[in-house]
Design a protein around this ligand. Structure first.
Ligand code: 1CP
Length: 340
């Protein structure tokens, strides 16, 4: 019998639905903090296959999730392209920003295959170890990766990025095109190394005006889905264009994704009306509701489940789990979903 998550992504209304959480391997787990300390730096953790495999499996051992997501980061691709990257304690990622054509030319696509080797090695060792869970590979979507590459650090407004997209569309589109080609190759390599599904994280898609959303979110995602499916027709792609808002139906319809992540701000009933019945919806409990726990969390979980009953669905959060989330809240959530 096929794995529950793959059945949902094939359009089946599996019930109770499969469940996993974005950023399920992370700081809320004491065993993650221990392995992270052992690795030294975050990039070292991602590129030491035995340690990255260990942290990928930690949330499965504790909670029995239906999916394991490769432990890596969306910024390993710019790093593999030769862009300087470091993870500063308490500050998040810092990159040497790309602001002009010379910055773009300095990237080294020919270096990616070697640099990314250890990440693929993580997947090769995992396929058997995940058992009945589905092994998910992932990448940042071109727009969200470009955000960090141009801005150089996290931001809420991404002013430098939006400015470049408007003022130098040829340069910005060249960066998006390069990332689109790299992401296609990266996804195919992940699948050949054992990933059974792939997810594209477009965390900052919601900052774009609709015209730019079409150009830099929908167009690249559609190209990635088409190219990956042409080579691996059996492997589903989950798209997550966070805060797509009213663009949700167009995103799903124009990209051809098999599953779509919905963020915390999306009404589940709206998503059910907007998303075709054979496309799996994934989401969308507020990570802060999970951190708070108790009756409010259970009520909200029940409401999401009620809205999604009878259609292909994967229970998840609306964004990544918060570091301060109590472990017993996660256990209570999984129990509630399994009892649906
Ligand atoms: O020191 C640490 O332990 C670093 C924290 C951390 C972790 C655990 C970072 C730095 N990345 C990750 C792992 C990670 N990142 C995973 C795999 C683990 C899992 O899901 O279980 C995944 C899928 C990501 C994806 C990712 N990284 C996204 C997209 C999803 C999202 O949350 O929006 C983004 C935007 C990033 C960038 C990034 N990397 C790390 C941080 C702290 C950030 C966010 C910075 C910001 O808010 O701008």
């Amino acid at each position: 019998m096929a794995k529950t998550l793959l059945r949902a992504l094939a359009g089946e209304a599996v019930w109770p639905p499969p469940v996993w959480l974005m950023r399920q391997a992370g700081r809320y787990l004491p065993e993650y903090r221990a392995t992270r300390a052992q690795a030294g730096g975050f990039i070292e953790l991602c590129t030491t296959p035995a340690l990255a495999r260990e942290v990928t499996l930690q949330p499965l051992r504790r909670f029995g999730f239906d999916a394991a997501i490769l432990f890596s980061d969306i910024l390993l691709l710019p790093w593999a392209l030769g862009q300087e990257l470091r993870y500063a304690e308490g500050e998040g990622p810092l990159l040497q920003p790309i602001r002009d054509a010379a910055g773009l030319r300095a990237l080294r696509p020919q270096a990616v295959a070697t640099a990314i080797g250890p990440v693929l090695e993580v997947l090769r060792g995992l396929r058997v170890e995940v058992g009945g869970a589905t092994l998910i590979g992932f990448a940042g979507a071109p727009f969200t990766v470009a955000c960090y590459m141009v801005q150089g650090r996290g931001s809420k407004e991404w002013d430098q990025v939006r400015r470049m997209a408007w003022s130098d569309p040829a340069l910005f589109t060249a960066l998006i095109d390069l990332l689109t080609e790299q992401t296609i190759a990266y996804f195919c390599a992940q699948i050949e190394a054992g990933a059974e599904a792939v997810m594209l994280f477009d965390s900052w898609a919601g900052v774009l005006a609709p015209s730019l959303f079409r150009r830099h979110v929908i167009v690249p995602t559609a190209r990635i889905v088409a190219a990956v499916r042409a080579r691996h027709p059996q492997v589903p792609v989950i798209g997550f264009a966070r805060q797509a808002g009213l663009m949700l139906a167009e995103f799903v319809g124009s990209t051809g994704v098999q599953g779509v992540g919905i963020d915390t701000s999306t009404d589940p009933g709206f998503a059910v009306r907007e998303v075709p019945g054979l496309v799996a919806i994934q989401g969308n409990l507020d990570p802060l509701a999970l951190a708070a726990g108790g009756a409010a969390m259970l009520r909200e979980t029940d409401a999401i489940l009620a809205a999604m009953r009878g259609r292909p669905f994967i229970f998840n959060l609306g964004h990544g789990i918060m570091p301060q989330t109590p472990l017993e809240h996660v256990a209570a959530l999984v129990a509630r979903v399994r009892a649906a």
